[in-house]
Design a protein around this ligand. Structure first.
Ligand code: WT7
Length: 570
């Protein structure tokens, strides 16, 4: 480990002094109460509402008329919402939900593109103490069904167009009382008051839930409480370095946790103006957005950065991107090459940050005040205690690869897995939360990502469970069995590769590959389909019949096969 030379870069063009001036001192002296004071507001009775902090308080202070959201579409048409207006819409939405009989703790789901409705809808839901759930707009019928069914969602907000994906599963969702389209919202909201008494939720009351994939089974509903806003606010301030005068652009989608914690909650809470782009990825449009809105802080992901790099330096020079002052990255390993490239062309390096759906907010990161060890995820945020542990939860020394773990009980830790108490418990061992990632720590306390400990795939920064893809594939009539792995890809980090054994009577063909691909896109998700399919006669299995993805991976990558003694004849 670390036989290579460590390259260090610093941000040579810090234009303002960073909110966090000395990481070492802050880490040593951290005290949550002291840090939160003057940053996050509790009600007088000691209760806390995340949406109050994100929007309501700013609707009544000096930020009232400041733009909270610039919502920008593919043609760069914009809709602006000030903190005051956003809060009013959230109030109307909250009142509307109440009129439908939505109570504290009920689940309200959103299946929407990145338009105004998801923002005020999400905030309005939290304001009345209901639980907001979001779903990425590329999801197909099965993915939507799994989430709405498991959560027993009472309300779904969607568009006329996306609603069509619900048709085939609608009758199997008896708990779903209301499906509201944006068209209907536009009509009814005006009838509801823009004044709302915000619920004094308890710090531990659930605020939002997100389904995320593991190796096996259906996606799990990760629950986050209102108190997670503390970590979201503090990390937005001290890792993303947000200041109220910033124009901030987060390229994530609220269907994923980054879009919730750093496009809605933690970032609005810091009163920065946020740009939201609803269109497709396109390098030119992206640069135009930075230029037009004079974006200062930009939070994105490695695949996008690699795609920008592939689009060339010329395009960068063609735009005035001098407003940029701090760049952050999340979701998958940030390779040295795009990092160094960004430092050259944008005059600032992307600062890698590490966290997960389950952690609710940034845990490990690079800070403007700290030199970057290129390729490392950085150092833990004050108050967060990571370690590298073996499979029994024993701490391992520096420069030893092991399981990345976090000391249990940090403020934004998921509070439960919806209706899966045993599953929730399985994340913890000897006082550690086990992240599912493999990593090591160097002698100076920087953390280095090695890979996943399980079969979970990261494609374009998005987390995909192999089991779900396999299930979608074998629901296609021609397919008998499928094994799915993540295959390393220079641009996308990993792509999904499927090995498929066909039922007797079916012959491999390019046409069949296309049909299977379309089937997976339609049922599961537009982003979670296999970009590569290989037809095989049979799949490697354990004697108990479980597909051994490890072996598929080893074969694909030409690695040693390891111990195969427990396997069925293959
Ligand atoms: C998994 C979590 C956190 C927001 C989006 C992802 C991988 C995340 C990094 C990083 C290497 C990373 C890990 C992690 N991951 N950040 N900086 N370097 N890997 O949330 O979808 O729950 O995925 O993404 O494997 O466990 P998520």
């Amino acid at each position: 480990m670390q036989k290579f030379r460590i390259i260090t870069v610093e941000d040579k063009h810090l234009s303002v002094s960073p909110n966090l001036e000395n990481h070492e001192r802050a880490y040593r002296d951290f005290d949550l109460k002291g840090w939160v004071r003057g940053e996050v507001e509790y009600f007088d009775d000691g209760k806390l509402n995340a949406a109050y902090n994100a929007v309501e308080r700013h609707a009544h202070n000096e930020n009232k008329n400041k733009v909270a959201l610039y919502l920008v579409d593919e043609s760069l048409n914009e809709t602006k919402l000030t903190f005051f207006e956003l809060n009013q819409l959230a109030n109307r939405f909250g009142n509307y939900l109440k009129s439908l009989g939505v109570n504290h703790g009920d689940r309200v789901f959103f299946f929407l593109p990145r338009t105004a409705e998801i923002f005020y809808g999400f905030l309005g839901t939290l304001k009345i103490g209901a639980i907001a759930g979001t779903m990425f707009s590329a999801f197909g019928s099965d993915a939507i069904y799994d989430r709405l069914e498991n959560s027993s969602a009472k309300v779904l907000v969607t568009t006329e167009e996306l609603k069509t994906r619900l048709i085939s599963v609608r009758r199997k969702l008896p708990a779903l009382e209301h499906v509201i389209t944006t068209k209907r919202l536009a009509k009814v909201l005006a009838k509801h008051s823009d004044e709302l008494h915000t619920s004094h939720t308890d710090v531990d009351d659930p605020a939002f839930m997100l389904y995320t994939s593991g190796t096996t089974g259906k996606p799990k509903g990760v629950i986050h409480a209102h108190k997670a806003i503390l970590q979201q606010h503090l990390t937005a301030k001290y890792v993303l370095d947000l200041k109220p005068e910033d124009v901030y652009w987060c390229t994530a989608d609220p269907g994923w946790v980054t879009g919730i914690s750093y496009q809605i909650l933690g970032t609005l809470s810091n009163a920065a103006s946020t740009v939201v782009y609803s269109g497709r990825f396109d390098p030119k449009t992206w640069y135009k957005i930075i230029e037009k809105y004079r974006v200062t802080v930009w939070y994105s992901a490695p695949t996008a950065i690699r795609m920008l790099q592939a689009a060339g330096d010329e395009l960068v020079r063609f735009h005035n991107l001098s407003s940029l002052r701090h760049l952050g990255s999340v979701g998958e390993p940030l390779n040295p090459q795009p990092l160094l490239w960004s430092n050259r062309v944008f005059k600032h390096p992307f600062h890698d940050t590490w966290w997960q759906t389950e952690t609710g907010a940034i845990m490990i990161g690079n800070y403007p005040c700290l030199d970057i060890r290129v390729g490392s995820m950085g150092k833990p945020f004050p108050g967060i205690h990571p370690a590298i542990v073996d499979d029994h939860g024993n701490e391992l020394p520096p420069l030893t690869e092991g399981n990345l773990a976090l000391k249990k009980g940090f403020i934004s830790q998921m509070t439960k897995i919806w209706r899966r108490p045993k599953k929730y418990k399985s994340y913890f061992i000897k006082g550690w939360y086990i992240t599912g990632d493999r990593a090591y720590k160097d002698k100076e306390g920087y953390y280095w990502f090695v890979g996943r400990a399980d079969d979970v795939i990261k494609t374009q920064g998005e987390r995909v469970g192999p089991f779900e893809v396999e299930s979608a594939i074998v629901s296609y009539p021609a397919c008998a069995e499928a094994g799915v792995i993540g295959k390393p890809d220079a641009l996308r980090g990993q792509i999904i590769k499927a090995f498929i054994a066909l039922k007797p009577g079916f012959k491999p063909s390019e046409k069949l590959k296309l049909e299977i691909t379309e089937h997976v896109k339609h049922h599961l998700a537009g982003h979670a389909y296999p970009r590569e399919i290989e037809f095989v006669d049979s799949l490697p299995k354990t004697r108990s019949g479980k597909i051994v993805r490890r072996l598929l991976r080893a074969k694909e990558l030409g690695l040693p096969l390891g111990d195969t003694s427990t396997l069925e004849e293959y």
